[in-house]
Design a protein around this ligand. Structure first.
Ligand SMILES: [Zn+2]
Length: 285
């Protein structure tokens, strides 16, 4: 493709909703600034728990189809049009939480052949030629099999694309600085009496929490907080948003962060980076 903008960002996520929770402000900001923002989601999340009682009849493929619609609606809020499902819709099934029998299903993403899945993603990389790729750390942020596998597939795809002529200049993992998480939960505890949730989650429940020194890049998405909240709200079956916090199906309140944090793991970080594209050259080759 020759008509893509100079700046191209690719995000790799496990399920519909992960993109909005982790990177909603980042995606909205770069889309608004004219960068090409593309998302590859690896599964449709058809084993997710459904929050609204009126939608709990949705399960399996019907839930996957519904969540696909939620994903498209969420991305509309973020101004992002390029969303793909790894290997095509339904190619990889949701593996469910770690340790459950669903992890053994040969069609689930956890059982995917790494090079085949990474090969599919490498094709997307070669088509879009992103300079920057965002995914999870090697524990998937919090240990979910599909998130761990998304990490493996993304990192392997970067290598495969490299061997075939496109070098992704910067790879970032989603992060949350421990001090920021701790302070946010202190504030949330104070606000709890006015919220529709009975309890808060804890820092241990958040994905990607690390010591502050590990953070290389801070994305101020304050101007895109409303877009991020709207995108999260579009994931009706999965997320309950209230003011500046939200809850997943466990009904535990957690902060909705509009500043998003990253650790650069490939490429050279500029000191105090506030832009994922800092230092990249327009044409990666
Ligand atoms: Zn997920």
């Amino acid at each position: 493709m020759t008509d893509l903008p100079d700046r191209r960002l690719l995000l790799v996520h496990a399920h519909p909703d992960d993109e909005s929770i982790n990177n909603g402000a980042t995606m909205a900001r770069y889309a608004a600034e004219g960068a090409h923002v593309a998302l590859v989601t690896c599964t449709l999340g058809e084993r997710g728990e459904v929050i609204p009682p009126g939608l709990r009849h949705l399960a399996g493929p019907a839930l996957g189809a519904h969540r696909r619609g939620e994903l498209v609606a969420a991305l509309r809020e973020l101004g992002v049009e390029d969303v793909r499902l790894l290997g095509g819709a339904g190619r990889y099934g949701d593996s469910g939480m770690m340790g459950i029998p669903d992890n053994e299903d040969p069609d689930c993403f956890w059982q995917a052949d790494l090079d085949e899945a990474a090969g599919s993603l490498a094709e997307v990389i070669l088509e879009l030629r992103p300079q920057v790729l965002v995914t999870y750390d090697d524990n998937g942020g919090y240990g979910h099999p599909d998130h761990i596998q998304a990490h493996r597939v993304a990192m392997r795809a970067v290598e495969l694309a490299d061997a075939r002529g496109h070098r992704v200049q910067k790879v970032y993992w989603n992060r949350m600085p421990r001090s920021v998480a701790e302070a946010a939960f202190v504030r949330l505890q104070d606000e709890l009496p006015g919220l529709p949730f009975a309890k808060t989650a804890t820092v241990a429940d958040l994905p990607g929490v690390v010591d502050d020194e590990r953070i290389t890049t801070t994305l101020d998405g304050g101007a895109y907080g409303a877009a991020k909240a709207a995108a999260m709200r579009a994931h009706v079956t999965q997320i309950d948003v209230a003011g500046s916090c939200f809850a997943l199906s466990n009904e535990l309140a957690q902060p909705l962060f509009t500043t998003e944090y990253y650790e650069l793991v490939r490429g050279e970080a500029r000191p105090g980076e506030t832009d994922l594209f800092a230092g990249v050259t327009p044409e990666a080759s």
